[in-house]
Design a protein around this ligand. Structure first.
Ligand SMILES: CC(C)(COP(=O)(O)OP(=O)(O)OC[C@H]1O[C@@H](n2cnc3c(N)ncnc32)[C@H](O)[C@@H]1OP(=O)(O)O)[C@@H](O)C(=O)NCCC(=O)NCCS
Length: 191
């Protein structure tokens, strides 16, 4: 699990048991952010189903946490049953946490994870009006093209090397400890 201190919060990968944490973050997205994230307005029920399928889709989900609560997500999804040549990424940052560099940082983590899994082409799609997402993608050297009201971003990750694999492994170890602490804090609060 990946973990770094970002301003007042931290980033780490989610565990398969944390679908509720993912769901609660997505439910906090306002109407506009939901439309930007899913390319159309979505109901609470849609989000509940979507988050519950996090493990079925075999996605890697990074979360940005403040005081144990998740306020942003980055999803890296396989396009097929196994990690192959291509993958897809999606991002969501709650309104109060936007424009603080969190989306940019999350995209960096996703690109590194894609790279370490042999992905050579990473797709990101967003509405044509989504200037913020396009700005983040440009910062990571995405090639952007406009298609039917959407923008498709293509990023070509570098090949994995010893350092990229080690960096992800180190983040995962620290993230594991942080996840355990989060779970303990939640259990204590619930008791
Ligand atoms: C798109 C999103 C993920 C970006 O996350 P974020 O944490 O706000 O992004 P960052 O703070 O890292 O970067 C935002 C950049 O957009 C720039 N920006 C903001 N408004 C802009 C505009 N109208 N035009 C161009 N650039 C803009 C900011 O200046 C910043 O760039 P900078 O760091 O070079 O100054 C977030 O806004 C979000 O979750 N939106 C709703 C869901 C969504 O759109 N998901 C994407 C579809 S998958």
């Amino acid at each position: 699990m990946s973990e770094h201190r970002i301003w007042e919060g931290t980033i780490r990968k989610l565990w398969p048991t944390e679908t509720d944490t993912f769901r609660d973050h997505l439910l906090r997205l306002d109407k506009d952010a939901r439309r930007m994230r899913f390319a159309h307005g979505v109901s609470d029920g849609f989000i509940e189903d979507y988050a519950a399928r996090m493990n079925d889709m075999g996605s890697i989900v990074f979360g940005y946490f403040v005081d144990g609560e998740m306020h942003a997500a980055a999803e890296l999804r396989k396009l097929g049953d196994t990690w192959g040549h291509e993958a897809e990424a999606a991002f969501s940052v709650e309104r109060a946490f936007q424009e603080k560099g969190i989306g940019t940082e999350l995209m960096g983590r996703v690109i590194r994870s894609a790279r370490n899994r042999g992905v050579h082409l990473l797709y990101m799609s967003c509405l044509a009006e989504n200037a913020k997402m396009q700005a983040v993608a440009r910062k990571h050297h995405a090639d952007l093209r406009f298609e039917y009201g959407e923008v498709i971003g293509e990023i070509v990750p570098d090949d994995a090397n010893y350092f990229s694999i080690l960096a992800e492994a180190v983040d995962d170890r620290v993230g594991y400890m942080m996840a355990v602490l989060n779970i303990q804090a939640r259990l204590s609060a619930a008791a």
